[in-house]
Structures are given as C-alpha cells and as structure tokens.
Design a protein around this ligand. Structure first.
Ligand code: BG6
Length: 282
C-alpha cells in the first residue's frame, strides 16, 4: 500500500493490486484499475500537458456547471483546469489508502478570481479499496459573504460496447434534456440505454444507482451530499466535433456524473460542505 507522486501524477496502490492515478492538473482521477481491468475511460486524444481539461477520468467541475452568462468562467469552471496541491496520505491501512488534494482561491489566476470573487478552500479526498474508489470534495467558504456553487464529478466510465450498457435507478426522476435545449421530462425507463446523443441532468435522484456494463459486470454508484446525476454520451456528430476525442470513442464510454448542478449549493460565511461518490464493483 502506498501513494507516490511522480511527474505530477499521484499513483495509489492497494495491497489487493488495485491502483488509481490522480493528475495534479484538476485533481483529475485518470485511472482506476483492479486485476488489470481499467474502469475509467480516458481518450487516446486527451491532452495531458495542462493546457486543457483532461478528456476522461473524473474531471472535477467547480464552481459552475456548463456556462453561466453572469459568470465569465470557461465551461465547467476552473477546478479541472488548475494545478492542485498534493496534501499526501490521509489513511493507509489494510482496508484502504486515502490521499488528499487542495485548491485555494489564491492559486487561481487574476481573471478567475475576478470572475468568481470568493475566498474558498477545496479539499478532495480519493480513497482506494480492493473493490471501490471514493472521491469526496469538501468546500469551505472562507469569505465573510454567502457563496453559491455547482459541482460535479464528471466520471467517464470505460465500457466494452455502449450498445450493451444501461444505467439503472433513474426511473420516475425529472430530467432536463440539454439535447432539447433544456426541456424537462420524467424518465419512464428503469434501464437507460444509449443509442443517440444523450445529455441529461436528472434532478434530486436517490443515492444508489447502478451502471450495468453489459459484460457481466456492474458498478454501483453511491453518492452522498450531492443531489443530481448527469448522463452524457456525445454520440457520432459531437464526437467528430471534439478535437480531444476519437471519432469512434463514443462506443467505449459513458459519463454518469454525480453532482449538485440543477440548483446552486448555498453556503454561509465560514460554512463547510462535503459531497461525493463511492464507485464499487459489484
Ligand atoms: C457534460 C455536459 O457534463 O459535459 C455536456 O452535460 C458537455 O453538455 C459535457 O458537453 C462535456 O463538456 P466538456 O466541457 O468537457 O467538453
């Protein structure tokens, strides 16, 4: 069991042989491997030099989801485009290895601080066990004013064939369909399958979902403190339009993203908030 920092990537190793890798750029988890099987998708065309958010893994969306007309930050905010501090190992025992990363407002550019003028501290904890990966974010409002944010664990799962994959547990929840300009509807399927572009924000969903990989394996997605789930696959045309994503890679991935994005999370001065997810092989 260990965690080592090399070339701006922290590699976490569990005694079971499970490993995870976290890039300091964005505190982006870029690999989660058990028994030689990679569970996260990272595009072959992902840009890994810190000039663009990493296309895959678990980019951390904060403090805005998408774009907001009143806040001049790039899509999905600055957290995924910033170098985080590595705080080191938090726990290391037979059961788990846990490491932490931090980002403070004084690490942002002048333009970013002007666009979102709040004093804050983020601490991101990544915990690896034999069969699970936990990613939890704590936000501390260090301002004397109220602060509002959105956040999302933009998780790219690797799949063998998108045609066989389904997301289970979202039936009867309201979603905003970004493919249809945000029109809302209620999900009537118990298993959500993907056969065209999908970009939906399911709101106020229950804390336990399952991703059926269609190859005999499932990943349980258990969230806490976060309300919403985004399901995204760019499909054929959008895939072609993304410079850091292969034309055919939409067949090998699905994003099931845990977050609080449909409404602002509001924090009073001095308050802390924690939310995150546990991904477990079942
Ligand atoms: C999803 C959004 O979370 O992220 C989509 O719902 C968006 O609308 C996708 O296209 C990818 O965003 P980006 O900025 O990483 O290309």
């Amino acid at each position: 069991m260990s965690a080592t920092l090399t070339d701006k990537v922290v590699t976490i190793e569990h005694s079971s042989g499970a490993t995870a890798k976290v890039a300091l750029f964005g505190a982006t988890v870029i690999s989660w491997d058990t028994n030689g099987t990679e569970h996260l998708f990272v595009s072959k065309q992902a840009i890994l030099d810190g000039s663009k958010a990493i296309r895959g893994g678990i980019p951390l969306v904060f403090p805005i989801f998408g774009t907001k007309p009143q806040i001049s930050l790039p899509q999905h905010g600055f957290a995924r485009n910033s170098y985080w501090d590595y705080l080191g190992i938090l726990t290391e025992n037979e059961k788990e290895v846990s490491v932490r990363f931090a980002l403070k407002d004084n690490q942002l550019t002048k333009e970013q601080r002007q666009a979102w003028p709040h004093s804050f501290r983020l601490v991101y904890t990544v915990t690896l066990t034999a069969k699970s990966l936990k990613t939890y974010l704590t936000v501390k409002n260090e301002d004397s004013d109220t602060m509002e944010f959105n956040t999302l664990l933009h998780t790219y799962f690797r799949v063998k064939n998108i045609a066989d994959v389904s997301v289970e547990g979202l039936q009867n929840y309201t979603y905003a369909d970004k493919v249809l300009s945000g029109a809302t509807d209620v999900e009537n399927r118990d298993k959500i399958t993907i056969s065209s572009e999908v970009d939906r924000v399911y709101q106020n969903v229950k804390d336990h979902l399952e991703l059926n990989l269609g190859d005999g394996n499932k990943i349980a997605i258990d969230k806490s403190g976060m309300k919403d789930t985004v399901v995204w696959n760019p499909w054929i045309e959008k895939a072609k339009g993304m410079g850091d994503f292969g034309d055919e890679e939409y067949k090998e991935m699905i994003c099931v993203e845990t977050g609080s994005v449909a409404q602002w999370v509001r924090m009073e001065a001095g308050q802390s908030w924690t939310g995150g997810q546990t991904l477990t092989l079942v």
